[in-house]
Ligand binder design. Structure first.
Ligand code: NAD
Ligand code: GDU
Length: 348
């Protein structure tokens, strides 16, 4: 199959490209590199010994998207491209709505023009808001607490409306829980620009000595140790979930929605312990106030994906911590030469 991967240079996209190439699919990546570096794709080629096509293009530019479809007979699109920082989305909502919604509309319009009607979309567990009970099944009510989450809800609604208007579309909405970890090689991984917002990249930078200590956002939640609990899923398991979705999309057809999680929650303190064990480093931390907008606990019921796709996560907490540490140690500045270059890219 020939696949267009939007956002393929990013964290989840690059890991998915590896698994797609390992399955002998042809891969074309479209990315504007606003939150990534082309070096990730060089590493993907190194890891797999295979080639892929890269277009530095923006979903906000329809002509650039159309040029890719004119050059390649695409069978299906895996749509990762989007902005994803919750806090930033609160301070610059228009930027988020414009990039994520307009970008997706442009993509869908060009796909329609070229009669490519198979798409896998990166949704998020954030669409469940603060769930009334756990574990979360796909039938739970949907809500959003911030502009980023609202873009995911809106895009889900757009895709559902599109399907209802034209049943020849095949659409998979994949709701990811908390992706962490890196490829076993340590050559690709998560490369946040600036100070990380998410727990595991932050812990990794504390372990490296780049940041003095972790702030634990609250220890008074209704959870076993009082700290937040999340369904952390190894990014390679998540990538494999996409590989398993493709045949289902093209044979079963229609509109499908799956949770991609492990079904197991770990607390912030458990993640700190896991990382200390993997790295042999002490992670200093301080408990501070809850982060506004955070929920106490969130984990998936992944049974639907197991039954329908024959997919389930197999990597452990130890794998997640070990692989993150391996990537961080091998690439202290991510894909860049120096921390200075990294910060400059962020400012630019
Ligand atoms: N990482 C998570 O915790 C998480 C959880 C749930 C869902 N998701 C979703 O999964 C997808 C991938 O996430 P990720 O963690 O790999 O993020 P990422 O930022 O590493 O990757 C997204 C990629 O999209 C590109 N991009 C953004 N806007 C673009 C545009 N207008 N045109 C072309 N390219 C553009 C960026 O340069 C980047 O390479 C996103 O849609 C994200 O919202 C992520
Ligand atoms: O410095 C930190 C960072 C996080 N946390 C805690 O660690 C847990 C995980 O936080 P993350 O920021 O890593 O992840 P979230 O669950 O908040 O959110 C992430 O996963 C969601 C899916 O479940 C959405 O996709 C969302 O966009 C994405 O940022 C939370 O309890 C949070 O309070 C800390 O204590 N200190």
């Amino acid at each position: 199959m020939k696949l267009l991967v939007t956002g393929g240079a990013g964290y989840i996209g690059s890991h998915t490209c590896v698994e797609l190439l390992n399955e002998n699919h042809d891969v074309v990546v479209l990315d504007n590199l606003s939150n990534s570096s082309e070096e990730s794709l060089n590493r993907v080629k190194q890891i797999t010994g295979k080639s892929l096509e890269f277009y530095k293009a923006d979903l906000l530019n329809k002509q650039q998207i159309a040029a890719v479809f004119a050059d390649h007979k695409i069978d299906a699109v895996i749509h990762f491209a989007g902005l994803k920082a919750v806090g930033e989305s609160v301070s610059t909502p228009l930027k988020y709505f414009h990039n994520n919604i307009t970008g997706t509309l442009n993509l869908l319009e060009v796909m329609t023009e070229f009669n490519v009607k198979n798409i896998v979309f990166s949704s998020s567990a954030t669409v469940y808001g603060d769930p009334a009970s756990l574990p979360i099944t796909e039938e739970f009510p949907l809500s959003a607490t911030n502009p980023y989450g609202r873009t995911k809800l809106m895009i889900e609604a757009i895709l559902k409306d599109l399907y209802h208007s034209d049943k020849s579309w095949n659409i998979a909405l994949l709701r990811y829980f908390n992706p962490v970890g890196a490829h076993q090689s340590g050559d690709i991984g998560e490369d946040p620009l600036g100070i990380p917002n998410n727990l595991v990249p932050y812990i990794a930078q504390v372990a490296m000595g780049f940041l003095p200590r972790l702030s634990v956002f609250g220890n008074d939640y209704d959870t076993p140790d009082g700290t937040g609990v999340r369904d952390f899923i190894h990014v390679v398991d998540l990538a494999l979930g996409h590989v398993k979705t493709l045949p289902k999309l093209l044979t079963h057809k229609g509109l499908m929605i799956y949770n991609l999680g492990t079904g197991q929650g770990y607390s912030v303190l458990e993640m700190i312990k896991g990382f200390e064990k993997a790295s042999g480093k002490k992670i200093p931390y301080k408990v501070v106030d809850r982060r506004p907008g955070d929920i106490g606990a969130c984990w998936a019921d992944p049974a639907k994906a197991k039954k329908a796709l024959g997919w389930e996560a197999s990597k452990t907490l130890a794998d997640m911590c070990q692989d993150t540490w391996n990537w961080q140690k091998k690439n202290p500045n991510g894909y860049r030469q120096s921390i200075k270059e990294k910060r400059e890219h962020h400012i630019g």
